[in-house]
Design a protein around this ligand. Structure first.
Ligand code: GDP
Ligand code: MG
Length: 320
C-alpha cells in the first residue's frame, strides 16, 4: 500500500480550473464544426418528474434548436414510478429504460450502472452527464462541461464544481463530500485533492476514455471514475469547470450513510481490499428500541464497456 501511495503522489496536477463563461455557445458551435465531434447529453433518472422536463426542454431550446451543439438528449430511466419518462419524452428527450440496454449483462438499480449502460445507449463521441434533480438548471451546465473537450484535444474528462447551498444557506451542501470523500482523499488518494467537488454529479468525457475504465454500479461511480482516469491517463487530462451554484434535492442524513458506505467501498477496492470480503457491504443500524436495520449497499462494478461484445458490435455497425 505504501508503494501505491508513493506512486500516486507523483502524478501531474490537473489543469487550472476554468469558468463556464469562457465557453460561449457561438465558440462551441464553431468548435464542433471544426472537430466534427458528436455530443450526447445524458441524464440518469429515477423518479425525477418534477425537474427532468425543465432540464430537457432548456437544453433542447438552447443547444439544439438555437445553437447546433448537442446531437441528442437521452434519459436513462430506471423503473421510475412517477411520470419521469413521460415528462422527459414530452420535453424532447429519447427515453431509454435501463433494463432494455444490454439485457444480457443483467440489470439493476444504481446511478453508476445507468451511466455505464448509457455508453451503449448514447451515440456521441462526447458524453455529458447531468443529474436530473437539478432545480436551478441552465444550459451553461452543459456548455461549461463540454467546452474544454470541444476546444482542447488534450482534455479527456471534465469535472464540474459549484457552490452547494442547503436549507437557505449559501453553502454547507455536499455533506458526504466533506465528511467522507475529502478525508479519504487526503489519507489515501492525494492525487485527487485538487478536485474541488470530487463527487459532483455533472461531468463529461471522451468515449475512448469512458469505455476503457470500470464503473462502480452505485454511489461510488464519481469517486471511481476520477481515481481510474488519473491512474490510466494522468490528472492532466481532467479539466475542472466552475458551474456557479447548483441546487438539487438534499437528502436526510440517514440516507447519506448509504452513499458514504458505497463511496468508502469503492475507495477500499482501489487500495486493494474487496469490500464484500469484509461485511458483504451492508449498512447496519441499531435503534434505541434495539431493532436492527440492515441495508444492502451496491458495491459491485461493471467492467470497461470495451470488453462487452454487444457494445463493440454496435460501434462497428456502420448504420449506427
Ligand atoms: N437511472 C437511474 N438513475 C438514478 C438511480 N439512482 C439515482 N439516479 C439518478 O442519479 C442522479 C443523482 O441521484 P441523486 O438521488 O440526486 O443523488 P445525490 O445528489 O447524490 O443525492 C439523479 O438524476 C437520480 O435520479 C438509479 O438507480 N438509476
Ligand atoms: Mg441530487
Amino acid at each position: 500500500m505504501e508503494s501505491l501511495r508513493r506512486r500516486l503522489r507523483q502524478v501531474t496536477p490537473p489543469p487550472v480550473p476554468r469558468h463556464h463563461s469562457s465557453f460561449s455557445p457561438e465558440a462551441l458551435e464553431e468548435a464542433r464544426k471544426e472537430t466534427g465531434l458528436t455530443v450526447s447529453l445524458c441524464l440518469p433518472a429515477r423518479n425525477e418528474a418534477s425537474t427532468v422536463g425543465e432540464i430537457v426542454s432548456t437544453v433542447r431550446r438552447t443547444l439544439i434548436d438555437r445553437y447546433d451543439i448537442i446531437d441528442e438528449i437521452v434519459v436513462i430511466d430506471d423503473g421510475s414510478e412517477d411520470s419521469t419518462a413521460a415528462a422527459a419524452a414530452e420535453a424532447g428527450a429519447r427515453v431509454v429504460s435501463e433494463s432494455s440496454i444490454l439485457p444480457k449483462t443483467g440489470h439493476g438499480p444504481g446511478k453508476g450502472n445507468a451511466l455505464w449502460k448509457s455508453l451503449h445507449a448514447c451515440s456521441g463521441d462526447l458524453i455529458c452527464w447531468v443529474d436530473a434533480d437539478i432545480r436551478n438548471f441552465n444550459e451553461h451546465f452543459v456548455t461549461g462541461l463540454i467546452g474544454p473537450l470541444l476546444t482542447d484535444p488534450t482534455i479527456g474528462f471534465v469535472k464540474g464544481f459549484y457552490q452547494r447551498p442547503i436549507s437557505g444557506e449559501a453553502s454547507g451542501g455536499g455533506r458526504v463530500t466533506e465528511l467522507v470523500a475529502r478525508p479519504l482523499i487526503s489519507l489515501l488518494f492525494p492525487q485527487l485533492t485538487q478536485f474541488i467537488q470530487p463527487l459532483s454529479g455533472e461531468y463529461a468525457g471522451r468515449r475512448e476514455i469512458l469505455e476503457s475504465i470500470p464503473f462502480a454500479k452505485g454511489w461510488g461511480v464519481e469517486f471511481g471514475l476520477l481515481v481510474d482516469i488519473i491512474e490510466k491517463y494522468g490528472a492532466e487530462v481532467i479539466a475542472q469547470v466552475d458551474l456557479g451554484v447548483r441546487e438539487h434535492r438534499n437528502r436526510p442524513l440517514d440516507q447519506l450513510s448509504l452513499q458514504a458506505t458505497a463511496i468508502i467501498a469503492t475507495a477500499l477496492r482501489r487500495v486493494g481490499l474487496d469490500p464484500a470480503s469484509i461485511n458483504e457491504a451492508e449498512l447496519t443500524r441499531f435503534t434505541a428500541d434495539y431493532s436492527v436495520e440492515r441495508i444492502e449497499i451496491e458495491t459491485g462494478e461493471r467492467p470497461p464497456m470495451q470488453s462487452i461484445a454487444a457494445y463493440l458490435d454496435q460501434r462497428r455497425d456502420p448504420q449506427f
